[in-house]
Design a protein around this ligand. Sequence first.
Ligand SMILES: [Zn+2]
Ligand SMILES: [Zn+2]
Length: 370
Amino acid sequence: MSENIKGFCLQGREKIMPGSEGSVIRNTVVIDMEIPELQEGEILAKTLYTGICGSDNSACIGKSNFDWVERPRVIGHEFSAEVLELGPGEHGDLKVGDIFTPLAMLGCQDEDCPACSVSKWNLCASKEIIGFHRNGGFGQQVVLESDRVVTLMDGLTPEQGALVEPLSVVVNALYKKCNIQPGDDVVVTGCGIIGLMSAEVAKAAGARVAITGIAHDRDNRLRVAAEQGFMTIEVSPENSLTSQLAAGITDAGGIPFGGNGKVDVLIECSGVPPVLTEAINVVRPEGDICVIATYGKEVSINATHLTRTSLNMRGSMGSCREDYMVAQKLMVTGVFPAEKYINHYDFKDVNQAFEDSIKANNVKAVIKMN
Ligand SMILES: [Zn+2]
Ligand SMILES: [Zn+2]
């Protein structure tokens, strides 16, 4: 049934340095896909727009925190798609032609599951992530469970639809795991799209926000952040966040940022172990640290300092359906200006899109799939 349906497929496990010379997508290949027959509860959809996630990049460069992903796998969990065909079984109100984004994480839905019984599929021990546990949005067509479909809100474009999932992750982290108050000073560490989204969502909550990056980010990600009105802090081993805050940072109006070198909230989006180690030094007593990133190795933390400063350090995993609804609303109403952050690619340039993303030479790659 497949008439040359292509997919961007993860197949290798080679460990690749993201900054290395030459191609960094040696673990991937564009394939012709076979579309399997639809099973009970499944639908077939035409993929419209798919975003590249930092986790896709990590899997592509063989980072150990994605060793568990079976290869070969057509990846992609941030996408919008149009329903082509409903398989056997019940599909509720869903019909052919509907445009949707999937819940990246599908829970077991067992009524005895402590996470699924309270609709937190993101915390289910046997959750399945589309694009990692089964083929996902980097196929030009995708088969998935209609249970995970979220039809797009009126006014949301299919391209914005590809950003609902990452924004929902930020909504879950910032509105449920941090206690951001109007007037707070917030540092976001890491200026990938989750960092940039966190900066926007924190600003929307009334905070003053600074975002960190490295020298490589100066001309793209940090520049975009500055254009959006955020304070930007370029860090290096010689010029750490701790030392720059201690020396005193002021905003564009000359008003000091942070007090005594400490901020109220830090949101860790870099995935770089020493950044999290350092984080506890720059947050005031009883302030919040929210960890959205995952790490390729263990991170050492001065736990005694954590105790003595009564810091709140919390992790935040994924998101659930209600976060998707908030994320859509933030885009439809312009609170999150998606268009400022998207780099557009066509599917024929998918390899380039991944090269650019892995090398951090863009902001948020979104691929037009068909
Ligand atoms: Zn993701
Ligand atoms: Zn479950």
